[in-house]
Ligand binder design. Structure first.
Ligand code: ZN
Length: 166
């Protein structure tokens, strides 16, 4: 997809894994947009969330003051103070040193790392205009969604930079 990053260069947040609580769906999506490994489930019991986060070595991101005080999560959670997604993303990026170098390397829907795909491989799955005008494609190995560097991309990058800078 040519995300503007040399092959093999480190992606920000690599090795860090997160679990966003049910109030942080938008944050989870924006974090995935910049390539972070973030699990998210719309409805999950606190205990199940904690079990999974500990098992998968994930840092819990939460706006729930009771959840951050849970003893099992000591040192394994981050309280997200801001009620707005831009402030949330900025706070998490500052705390964990995240930037936009991993932009569109991960599926926004299911968090899987995208795989590069040749033009022919996606021919039947993208609109003809996109097939004709784009060269770099990525595919999600799980949901099979195809990603490409469409016109919305620059807008997304600007939006992310704006959120990260505040
Ligand atoms: Zn997917």
């Amino acid at each position: 997809m040519g995300a503007g990053r040399p092959a093999g260069a480190p992606v920000s947040g690599e090795g860090l894994r997160f679990f966003a609580d049910s109030m942080l769906g938008k944050l989870a999506r924006w974090m995935r947009t910049i390539g972070c490994d973030v699990e998210y489930e719309r409805s999950i019991e606190d205990d199940a969330l904690i079990d999974r986060a500990l098992r998968e070595d994930r840092i819990v991101l939460t706006r729930d003051t009771l959840l951050v005080m849970r003893r099992r999560l000591k040192g394994r959670s981050f309280f997200v103070e801001s009620p707005v997604v831009a402030g949330q993303l900025r706070a998490v990026a500052e705390r964990f040193g995240l930037d936009s170098t991993g932009f569109l390397t991960r599926c926004l829907r299911c968090n899987a790392v995208l795989e590069r795909a040749g033009k022919e491989a996606v021919k039947e799955r993208v609109p003809p205009y996109v097939y004709q005008t784009q060269d770099g494609f990525s595919v999600c190995p799980e949901c099979k969604r195809v990603y490409w560097a469409g016109t919305h991309r620059e807008g997304m990058v600007r939006e992310i930079e704006r959120m990260l800078k505040g």
